[in-house]
Write a new protein. Sequence first.
Lengths: 514, 441
Amino acid sequence: MTNEQIKRLNEIEKEIRKIAEEMGLTTTETEFEIVSSRKMIESMAYRFTTNFSHWSFGRDYDKQKTIYEHHGAGIPYETVWNSDPPKAFLVETNPVILNILVMAHVYGHVDFNRENKYMRSAADYMDLAREARNAETRFRGYERKYGLDEYEQTIDSAFSVCWHLPPDLLSEQEDEETLRERLIDMKQSRIRSIQKREFHKDKSEIEQLKQEISELQQKTPPIPRYDILRYVLEKSPKPLADWQKDIISTIRDQTKFFEFQKRCKLLNEGWATYVHLHIMRRLYEENLISQEEHIEYSKFHSKVTREQTKTLNWYNVGLKLYQDLVYRWDRGMHGKEFRESKDPDKWVTFDRKAHKGIEKIFEVRKNYTDRMAIEEFFDEAFIRDAEIYLWNEEIDPQTGEIKQVIAEDDPEKIRRTLKSYFSLYGTPVITIEDGNYKDNRELYLKHEFTGQELNPVFESGALENLYYLWGRPIHLETVELERDAAGRPSGARKLIHSFDGKNHNIEKYKLEEW
Amino acid sequence: MPVRKGSEYKEKGKRDAKRHREKQKNVVKKEIKKIVSESSIITRKKGKKVKIPIKEIVIPDFKPGNRQDNGENTQAGIGQGKGKKGDVIGRRPGTGQDPGKPGNVPGEDYIESEVDIEEIIEMMLEDLGLPNLEEKEDVAKLEAISGHKISGIRRSGPNVLLEKKRTSKQGIGRFYAYLESLKDETGKDELTCFTALMEANGNLGEAISLIEDGIKPQCEEVEPFPILSNEDLRYMDIKEEKTYHSNAVIFAMMDISASMTTDKKYLARSMLFWINEFLKNIYEHVEVRFIVHHAKARLVDEDSFFKTGETGGTRCAEAYSLARSMIESHYPTKSWNVYLFHFSDGEDWDVEATMNETKKLINDVKVNMMGYGEIRLDGRPFSSGLKRAFEKELPVRSVEINDLNVIVGEKNHPFLGIVIKDKDHIFPAIQEFLKKERWKA
């Protein structure tokens, strides 16, 4: 990139920030670093500008690099870190107009990360980029000192279970003893209030509560917990070395940070796309980009927002969502009156001239997570307009090939599936039931069955890895479906999969209800 | 300026990517037994690449999957586009369509990848090679030029090899010698003599006449220059560097008689395919001769060896005797390392003749190794089986190694027999046949 071009990018950056502010966005000084495509790909694989060393990052780097350098696909263009100040990369070999587009897009993210309630609560983790750099140095020492095998096994194991976080990321902040005390306090005040009664002093209820208190005093965890790595750090009988604890807690922090982002992915990308669309139009109107550049930009834009047959394109659906909201709230197409007039013919002309569209999307970007937005706004009309469907695979009996087939185009069923997917965010819910199982410091986990079985091969591997962190037998309770000849579920068994460090053992119990 | 050039960076991903590939290789190594017994490899069309499933290593985690299909379930997801229920949006090969796909190992996903046969061989046979390989006395034919080496300085040679430093040193020496003799001859001062010598371009006779003609000194000091005569030229002497290889010849022999069913022949071919590929790979000068036999034996080329199928009775001795006459005429054991690998189902019409030929090969011809693989698919020993005759007639002992029944000869009796019962025996049997350290010490 020439100095002339860098100068121009700086001028346009100023303009972009100005337009963003005129739009009502929150901006802050943002660092744009011009890097090689390799550096960009690398930072995408390592999740930060730099991070500790691990083969899985190398694998992702290798794969992405090959796709880009040998097939010319997967052109890397956008990464932005929600750090303070925010930081983004521009690829030096990308066309200038693509870099301008990226800057416009990044200012959308900057606003979202600063304004969205949920992303704001991730602000505690803003230093993670810097910490990742420090982790790189520290971990290099661990690798040298304790050997590659132990180093990798520790990271592999932590990665195996790191996504098991509380459904509400802001819960489980207190440590186990504080939680225990709080729970016991609650029960004791119940006892006191019963004792204060003049009548109905139910002895048996008090006995019951006392019993529960004594259980709480002994039990670990006192109530089922979700955060597996945290529990390992607090309670593992292994014992883990300090350097291993450092690795585990670093991975836990990083994962938690990404989990915040994951839960607003649709809204965040949609917002940034909505913003860049607006900013790019303004830049063109103000003659800051030429007509040729505008055509080139439009090509990139439609490529980025293209519908994908086998996955949801966040950029596409997110943008459509905001555009839909603007349209509907500008015309007042919401609320009781609108719902009751559910006649498609009337929708076309329905207009209460409310002009609340922009206000509405600012509110959504401030207060919503993806799950909330899907629940509220993904109605039949939207799902149909966005052409969202569910697909699955069928084996072609003639060729043995696997066919990918549209399985569902009924908006209501799609909505239900999207809702359940976004409430779990793809990770099955597993709770820690008992950290002192059989009074032997064995770990007992329970999978909350919601109709989806666990992949048994990966389950075995994950149990083995968790064993490495816990050092004592692990038990996982889950459910296995019985199927009829057509493969449809016809019954279920409770299944307890145990691993004792050497052998896997599976016990099955017939379930009457499931 | 918020937009600025990033600093230089070192490619961190490279090292970690290498580590991932190492891990992949280790996985392939673990699967090598299955890959080696894969029929598509030996029946492939020409070319060195084979497709084998290589796993992309992933970290196992708790994730959705169909238990009944061992997690190898069909996928499902959300997508976008025009279309209605039942429309096909894509296809991929089914798992059942790839018979060579190794079984499930926790936490590993497959991607199909092209791999060089060389690479498989490398992974497959790390410590293997030809057992009993000897340095043969008469190796003249086997030299290979591996480079050049300066071995000294000589007085003649091509211009490119002119050794300039030494040559000019000689020339400067000659300059001073000429200068001294000019002074002696003419009695003139050094500068006059130098000027003359320079004007005469180093020709002594001409310089003398120039001095006699009264040349005046034209410079202030003597600046020596090399005066070269042919005898001053120095050339580098180079010698070709040669490495000496002990040549080896392999006789690959296979029974193609009626009793060798397709399945048996497949096992024999697999074994010989890998032995052949492997040896060609590590030894530059290995020759492989192919002999097929039923009641008669004949020499064939590589292609037909792996394709021929015939019927008829079985006389193994025919093949051994053909090999022996080839050795005597073309590959005398004085200069050649000779290896024989023979695969049959143990059926032989004339066991006695075969034993005699074997003994001749080992005791008289003194081949380096005689390998025999007996393919027994039914697991039932033939009552007239060759293996049993070998056990009885040769100084060998029977051992169980890696689930294999192996008969091994003494050190001075390099015979190795292996019973191969199924595909799974291919890899361990190759390991036994090519154990470099066997019969050492």
